[in-house]
Design a protein around this ligand. Structure first.
Ligand code: KIV
Ligand code: ZN
Length: 521
């Protein structure tokens, strides 16, 4: 029974998703949760891409050696001296550092992008692996666009990379072009052509342009791959990467077919997915497998009837296995602090500090006044909001608005700062726009709203509304979130949270620092 290693690249390939920008603090928080989830490798970033990426990889590497010494921390590098040296410096404090170096191997990439002959590409790969090996023992080599590469050339470069010291060989379907049987054949053919592959880990890395990333990754595992590269919620370049939660649950649920072992604590999947969605601002569609809101709901009468009689009629895995429950009623108005603390522990938040628990308890009591029943999903949402909260330079005290058919929407907002309490009113295209304009009048900070998402936490007319915004302020991009049973208030809270993050120096500076600024080596 082979042990399949899960290589998470949410913080690197996932962060390359359009519109995503995580700051160092958020990346550290996600890395900590990934370790709790039990991933084998965290690809923490692309250190040459920006100073922010370098710092994030460095901090994650240092923290992992204290907190999770068994997890491998990888830094990405093109097959070029400067990249490899930068990656080496970023991961040097990890207890298990890995340099992941790559170069494209398809004719289309070699001719059009790299403008190099195949022999030159092999030389560069070998030099990069050798250089990486002078810094660390664990070196991964990726043949970018392997899916469209000549299999014979792929075998040649992989052999050379292993001779130079590569310990992991990755076979990316960079453009998500392959079918599962083609990808499986590619991996199987490589094993046949390169006997040395039996002594290293062979990895899959599949993109989802045709919706086949998970199927292709599993075909790779079937052909002998022992590492799968994936991201939470499947985020990543263009249509994204293979989704971690789907790969893991496919391997776990159908162990009878696969027979592989994983090191993942599946009960942490939902929590990790939520954290990634909140911090990246990439909302999970309701029908998303494993982690979507509807993944365990049964709507049709015939299904409900079946599930009530025997749950296995329509459920192939239980919600609890992935760390969710049915959003059940957990607490009521009369529940005390001790019961609240116990509920937090039951939901997996046993490690929260007393101060946070007190703040959460106050919010829980407020919620009980507004909502007939408080569910586990509500409590999770409160904890997520509290965990990402920053010092309150601006405190939203009050929002009032008037809107309706044939009425120009107007909002009045009151915000407290160190200089006192400020109130402003503004008109807008809708009540949310009016509230945002009033906040901008008070703070005088120019903000450009890039995205706005509204989701309901659980069901019912009195459900909590969760607003996620992405806002640009000059060159900084910030994500924030607000929660309330009143969606305009939730939106105002999210906007004020943006201002607090900016005041705390958070958010990501996008001035020419993203991976798109890095071209081929
Ligand atoms: O998709 C890809 O080829 C990559 C490599 C850098 C591994 O992300
Ligand atoms: Zn990729």
């Amino acid at each position: 029974m082979a042990r399949i290693k899960i290589f998470d690249t949410t913080l690197r390939d996932g962060e390359q998703s359009p519109g995503v920008s995580l700051d160092v603090r958020e990346k550290r928080e996600i890395a900590r949760q990934l370790a709790r989830l039990g991933v084998d490798v965290i690809e923490a970033g692309f250190p040459i891409a920006s100073e922010g990426d370098f710092q994030a990889v460095r901090e994650i590497a240092a923290a992992s050696s204290d907190e999770n010494p068994n997890v491998v921390v990888a830094g990405l590098a093109r097959a070029a001296r400067g990249d490899v040296e930068r990656a080496a410096a970023a991961i040097e404090r990890a207890s298990r550092p890995r340099i992941h170096t790559f170069i494209a191997t398809s004719s289309i990439h070699m001719e059009k992008k790299l403008k190099l002959a195949p022999e030159q590409v092999v030389d560069r790969a070998v030099e990069a692996v050798r250089l990486a090996k002078s810094f660390v023992d664990d070196v991964e080599f990726s043949a970018e666009d392997a899916g469209r590469s000549d299999p014979a050339f792929l075998a040649e470069i992989v052999t050379a990379a292993i001779d130079a010291g590569a310990t992991v060989v990755n076979v990316p379907d960079t453009v998500g072009y392959m079918t599962p049987w083609e990808y499986g054949e590619l991996v199987r053919g490589l094993f046949d052509a390169v006997p040395a592959l039996a002594h290293v880990d062979v990895s899959t890395h599949c993109h989802d342009d045709l919706g086949l990333a998970v199927a292709n990754s599993l075909a790779g595992v079937r052909a002998g791959a022992t590492q799968v590269e994936c991201t939470l919620n499947g985020i990543g370049e263009r249509a994204g990467n293979a989704s971690l939660e789907e790969i893991v649950m496919a391997l776990e649920t159908r162990k009878d077919v696969w027979g592989h072992e994983l090191g993942i604590d599946t009960r942490e999947l939902y929590r990790t997915s939520r954290m990634v969605a909140l911090m990246t601002g990439m909302v999970v569609p309701p029908n998303k497998a494993v982690v979507g809101d509807n993944a365990f709901s049964h709507e049709a009468g015939i299904h409900q009837d079946g599930v009530l009689k025997a749950v296995e009629t329509y459920e192939i895995m239980s919600a609890e296995t992935v760390g969710r429950d049915a959003g059940v009623l957990v607490m009521g108005k009369h529940s005390g602090r001790a019961a609240f603390r116990r509920t937090l522990a039951d939901l997996g938040y046993g490690e929260l500090e007393a101060e946070k628990v007190n703040a959460l308890f106050r919010q829980f009591k407020d919620l009980c006044d507004r909502k007939a029943s408080v569910t586990s999903d509500d409590i999770r949402a409160l904890v997520d909001a509290e965990t990402t909260r920053v010092p309150e330079t601006y405190r939203l005290q009050h929002v009032q608005f008037q809107s309706g058919t044939g009425v120009t929407p107007v909002a009045t907002v009151r915000v407290a700062t160190d200089t006192g309490v400020h109130e402003q009113a503004a008109l807008g295209d809708g009540p949310v726009d009016a509230a945002f304009q009033a906040i901008e009048r008070i703070t005088q900070v120019p903000l450009a709203l890039e995205s706005f998402e509204l989701r309901s936490v659980g069901h019912g007319k009195d459900a909590l509304g969760e607003v996620t915004v992405r806002v640009r302020s000059e060159d900084r991009v910030v994500h924030a979130r607000g929660l309330s049973t009143d969606v305009v208030e939730a939106a105002a809270k999210a906007y004020v949270e943006v201002l607090n993050k900016l005041a705390a120096g958070l958010g990501r500076d996008r001035t020419g620092d993203d991976a798109t600024a890095v071209s081929a080596p």
